[in-house]
Each structure stands twice: as structure tokens, then as C-alpha cells.
Ligand binder design. Structure first.
Ligand code: FPP
Length: 247
């Protein structure tokens, strides 16, 4: 039961500060039921709600969800439109509760590519939830990690051109501050659902030392119990960051 898992998590000690999730398998979930892909995405939205709640309850500080990739723009127009409508619906349905629960929503990605209605919805949830201290929720939308890295490089190059930065001053810390997630700890745990063993252009810089948890469960079926089980498994791992641990 979820409450037992949560109790076990607390007994074990520290939970990951930052959990990132590649929510995969909505399409297959729908196909298994003979329904259109949009049906799977809608069910995926319920799983988003559950994951956000679970992260907050477990004491995770930052949850980053890969909601829409740069590559997803190449999906059929109808599916893209359905995903945008779902994001808007999510904002309408969840905004108040997220605020009440102390969840601060951020959006990361090439948001200028979104249509005005979706952009306005995202902006409204970001503004409405500002100041929440329980959980930071990063929604990666129109997101691609290589584009993020190029964007950071460009901003640093501009500062060099302006004369406010010397090339030799650029180090890993400064570079990270110019990504979309300044101030966030790197993810401790990446969860990917539906069994695919890929990173799919997601947080390539930030995931350097992240522990990976690949679940065979399709995203719409990924429950609070699955989320806690992933955290429990993480707590059993020995993180070495490329070093040898003292014995
Ligand atoms: C991957 O499944 C999932 C997506 C491309 C979209 C994720 C969107 C949601 C979970 C719902 C809306 C999100 C929010 C934050 C409200 P897939 O379509 O690639 O599945 P497949 O690999 O089985 O085809």
C-alpha cells in the first residue's frame, strides 16, 4: 500500500532532492484499448496529478516532467493540438490546488514556439503559483536539451562580446546557471516509463550523475505506489560520482 511505502521511505532517510521523469507510453496504452492516442494522453494527465502529489508527500524538492519535446512538434497536427489542449486543461483544473499545496510551477523549453492560448495558460499557472515552497514543478514543454545547451552557450558568448565576461571565467557552475534550470540541484533520479532505454534529448547536462530507473509500466498506469517504489529503489543505490567510496 502507498502509505506503507511512504513510511518506509521516511524510515530509510533522505529521498532524492530532484526527480526528473520521462513520461512515456501514452500512445501504447491507448492502442491496447483500441482508442486514439489522445485518449492515452488524457489518462497520462491523471498520472501527472498523482506523481505531483506523491513527490510532494515524499518530500522531493524539485520534480521535472517531460511534457512535450521539441521533436513532438513533428507528430500529426491533431495529436499536437490535443496535447496543447490538455496542457491548457491541466492549468485550468489544477491551478488552484497546486497553489494551495505550495507547488511552484515553472516552465522550461522554447515557449515562444507555443500558440498564444497555451502560452497564456502556462504563464498564468506560473504566476499564480509563484512563491510556493513545498515543491518546485518544472514542466518541460517544447523542450530539447541540445537546444538548451546551445542557448546557454549563446548567452555566455554574448556576455563575452559585451566585455562583461572573460572566456576563462566560464566553468561548469557558470555554464549550468545559464541553462533553463538555474539554482536547481541536478536530478538525483530519472524515471522513465514504458521500458524504453533512452534519454531522448532530455536534460543531457543535468543528468551526468543521475541514477536511472526504467519502469516497464506505461505512463497512464504509473501510480503513487510506483513512484514511491522508484524512490525506495533509489535509496538502496550507492552513489559514487565516479569515485571510490571509503571502506
Ligand atoms: C509520451 O507518450 C508522452 C507524451 C509525448 C506526452 C506526455 C503528456 C502527458 C503525460 C499529458 C499532459 C501533460 C501534462 C503536464 C498535463 P507517447 O505518446 O510517446 O507514447 P508511445 O511511446 O506509447 O507512443
Amino acid at each position: 500500500m502507498a502509505s506503507d511505502l511512504l513510511q518506509q521511505l521516511r524510515l530509510n532517510g533522505p529521498v532524492p532532492r530532484h526527480v526528473a521523469v520521462i513520461m512515456d507510453g501514452n500512445g501504447r496504452w491507448a492502442r491496447e484499448r483500441g482508442r486514439p492516442r489522445e485518449f492515452g494522453h488524457r489518462a497520462g494527465m491523471r498520472a501527472v496529478r498523482e506523481a505531483v502529489e506523491a513527490a510532494g508527500d515524499a518530500g522531493v524538492e524539485v520534480l521535472t516532467l517531460f511534457a512535450f519535446s521539441q521533436e513532438n512538434w513533428h507528430r500529426p497536427q491533431g495529436e499536437v493540438a490535443a496535447l496543447m489542449t490538455l496542457l491548457e486543461l491541466y492549468v485550468r483544473k489544477e491551478r488552484r490546488e497546486l497553489k494551495e499545496k505550495g507547488v511552484e510551477v515553472h516552465a522550461v523549453g522554447q515557449l515562444h514556439l507555443l500558440g498564444p492560448r497555451t502560452r497564456a495558460a502556462i504563464q498564468s499557472i506560473v504566476e499564480h503559483t509563484r512563491g510556493g515552497t513545498k515543491l518546485k514543478l518544472n514542466l518541460a514543454i517544447s523542450y530539447g536539451s541540445r537546444a538548451e545547451i546551445v542557448h546557454a552557450a549563446r548567452r555566455l558568448a554574448e556576455r563575452v562580446r559585451e566585455g562583461t565576461l572573460m572566456p576563462g571565467e566560464i566553468d561548469e557552475e557558470l555554464f549550468a546557471e545559464h541553462l533553463y534550470t538555474p539554482g536547481d540541484p541536478d536530478p538525483d533520479l530519472l524515471i522513465r516509463t514504458s521500458g524504453e532505454m533512452r534519454i531522448s534529448n532530455f536534460m543531457l547536462w543535468q543528468l551526468a550523475y543521475t541514477e536511472l530507473h526504467v519502469s516497464p509500466v506505461l505512463w497512464p498506469d504509473f501510480t503513487r505506489e510506483h513512484f514511491f517504489a522508484a524512490l525506495l529503489e533509489y535509496q538502496q543505490r550507492e552513489r559514487r560520482f565516479g569515485r571510490v567510496l571509503a571502506t
